[in-house]
Design a protein around this ligand. Structure first.
Ligand SMILES: Nc1ncnc2c1ncn2[C@@H]1O[C@H](COP(=O)(O)OP(=O)(O)OP(=O)(O)O)[C@@H](O)[C@H]1O
Ligand SMILES: [Mg+2]
Length: 419
């Protein structure tokens, strides 16, 4: 699939932008602070209805916007095998939330010590029809790599769980529904555990929430194991070439529920969970989860929080036997994060039958020349790849020749050369 047209209004530093995008390679170059990352962020928003850089969506609205109430709009046309889809996300302040600035020079950016700006509401349209934001997922699939992604390897477990959620929610609606139900059950169960701690009556209610937790948790765990197996399958081939190290990068699913060797091994190898075995595997996952909940019940009652389940699981990344989170160099961690993102392309294609759009933000500056060369060789095999850089010198002439090259300056984008 590819995004063939992007239109922005008041999105970050872009007051207005109308851009035809190439079906294959697009290079966006420009100095620091000119809007390159903002551009990729807008495509990510169109895919997921969220930003990867902020959870305060008001930050996405141009600070100098004169419209009242303030709003930002991102719209795109996505070409897939079965046709064209028009997607639109509008972020709008509620009416009367904040007065417009007195002039174009006064930003609405929150100054230090000032109260935060009013929050914005997300509105989504698909082919012109208003839809709930969650329905946006799946129409435009993106894999984004940004310098922040080193956190996937080096950062907290939360970042890795979010990574799995966002990846799978983009390609599997059943997973999205299960995840939302699980999160609701978790809230209810935690509330009950807190209630029981304050007035220890009717612990029998816990049984109901336990069974819900186990049912949905087992489904999520199976989806996670399967995703990890697919990523490992991709990494085996990709990573030695990317890193020039013979040992492949391996992702290990670290479940808070003891899985036993054979269930844990499902995360090792692609194809080790044939569809037909779903029920059997789910049955065993449920069993393990229930047994474990029994065994930690006193601790859960005492701490009044759900201590085991996919919401607490983690992924480890090892090169050979070395745990990269603990012992990887910064460069190794970055390469591993990039490998993971490139592997995700194959994972998404496995689920949807189509190649996602690949967004690579500032990836070249972090790589040595050999890795740059390798990366360019890999991405030309992808469908649409949009890549930012501060200079074109980091690309080979052949790559630039195949790409549409754009110069980004002060929130404007100018096509310099077409493939
Ligand atoms: N809501 C907003 N309104 C106006 N400008 C904004 C807003 N949010 C961010 N900016 C500005 O957008 C500019 C461009 O940011 P962006 O991150 O896209 O730059 P970049 O081209 O990727 O730079 P670099 O090469 O340093 O990564 C920044 O100067 C930032 O201050
Ligand atoms: Mg940037």
């Amino acid at each position: 699939m590819y995004c063939r047209h992007l239109a922005l209004a008041n999105f970050r530093s872009f007051v207005r932008l109308d851009l035809e995008l190439p079906a294959h390679l697009g290079v966006f170059w420009g100095e620091n602070g000119q809007g390159k990352s903002n551009l990729l962020e807008s495509l990510y928003l169109l895919a997921t209805s969220r930003s990867y850089r902020t959870s305060a969506e008001r930050e996405l609205v141009n600070w100098y916007v004169e419209a009242e109430p303030a709003f930002a709009r991102v719209a795109g046309e996505v070409v897939r095998r079965h046709g064209l889809t028009r997607l639109e996300v509008v972020l709008a302040e509620p009416p009367g939330a904040a007065p417009a600035p007195p002039d174009r020079e006064t930003p609405r950016a929150p100054a230090a010590g000032q109260p935060p700006l009013a929050s914005v509401r997300r509105r989504v349209r698909i082919n012109g029809q208003p839809k709930p934001p969650a329905e946006l997922l799946g129409h435009l699939n993106v894999v984004l790599f940004s310098p922040l992604d080193v956190d996937l390897i080096a950062g907290p477990a939360e970042a890795r769980r979010r990574y799995l959620h966002i990846t799978l929610c983009q390609v599997d609606h059943r997973y999205l529904r299960t995840l939302r139900r699980y999160q609701r059950v978790l809230l209810q169960r935690n509330a009950l555990l807190r209630g029981l701690r304050e007035r220890p009556a009717r612990p029998d209610q816990l049984g109901y929430w336990d069974s819900q937790l186990v049912e949905l948790g087992a489904e999520l765990t199976l989806a996670h194991l399967r995703a990890i197996a697919l990523l490992n399958g991709q990494l085996r081939e990709l990573y030695p070439r990317l890193s020039n190290e013979p040992a492949p990068l391996r992702a290990l699913y670290r479940s808070t529920v003891p899985l036993g060797d054979d269930l844990a091994a499902l995360g090792e190898q692609a194809g080790s969970t044939p569809e037909g075995r779903d029920e059997e595997v789910l049955g065993r996952l449920r069993e393990q989860f229930s047994t474990h909940l029994e065994s930690i019940r006193p601790r859960e009652r005492q701490q009044a929080v759900t201590l085991a389940g996919p919401h607490r699981d983690d992924i480890g990344f090892c090169a050979g036997d070395v745990d990269l989170r603990l012992f990887g160099s910064r460069g190794q961690q970055r390469t591993a994060a990039l490998g993971l993102k490139l592997a995700e392309v194959g994972l998404m294609q496995h689920y949807t039958g189509e190649r996602p759009v690949v967004l690579l933000d500032d990836v070249m500056s972090e790589l040595d020349p050999r890795r740059r060369q390798f990366l360019q060789g890999v991405v030309v095999e992808h469908e649409q790849v949009l890549i930012t850089a501060t200079e074109t010198g980091v690309f080979t002439p052949a790559f630039l020749g195949d790409a549409a090259v754009y110069h980004v300056q002060a929130g404007r984008v100018r096509l310099e050369s077409a493939p």
